[in-house]
Design a binder for this molecule. Sequence first.
Ligand SMILES: [Fe+2]
Length: 188
Amino acid sequence: MNLSVDEDEGTTVLHMTGSVTGPDGEAVENAIVHVWHANSKGWYSHFDPTATQTPFNNRRRIKLGKDGRYAFHSKQPSGYSVPPGGSTDQLMQALGRHGNRPAHVHFFIEAPGYRTLTTQINFGDDPFAADDFAFGTREGLLPVPSRQGDSAYIQFDFQMQRAADADDEHFSSRARAEAEPQPKTETA
Ligand SMILES: [Fe+2]
């Protein structure tokens, strides 16, 4: 599946593949992988001040089959920072820290009988891979892409926990910013 609808000239193509398994190594059936990332300028669709991205660029829901395997390609994202010179940047500098995030990809994974997983991976070869100001990472979430020409390949496997109860399967009920209606879920 292709996540990147917009042309993003001159950027590397990201290929991600892997599996979703449960605590005993079983394939998680009928999972839905929600994936989203920034473009090569570090902007997300819906939150792009340049207004150059189409809705849902670099965002998809992928329905997996019985084998729990996923695959997608897109244009490699760039990292981003807090707005330079802004109040958060000033605060970070006063603390002797920076406000940079490495290139990364976000995921929600939901599946019947399993606890919904919220996670992300940082590109392991990004200079800020292990120095993410948002503390949004740990060892094990820093895959190093295999780079060949204009392509970057990441193989990454997710492991889910079984849901303790029905609430565990559900998304957080935290209020979120409004977005346009979502397109139909596509099948991998
Ligand atoms: Fe992000």
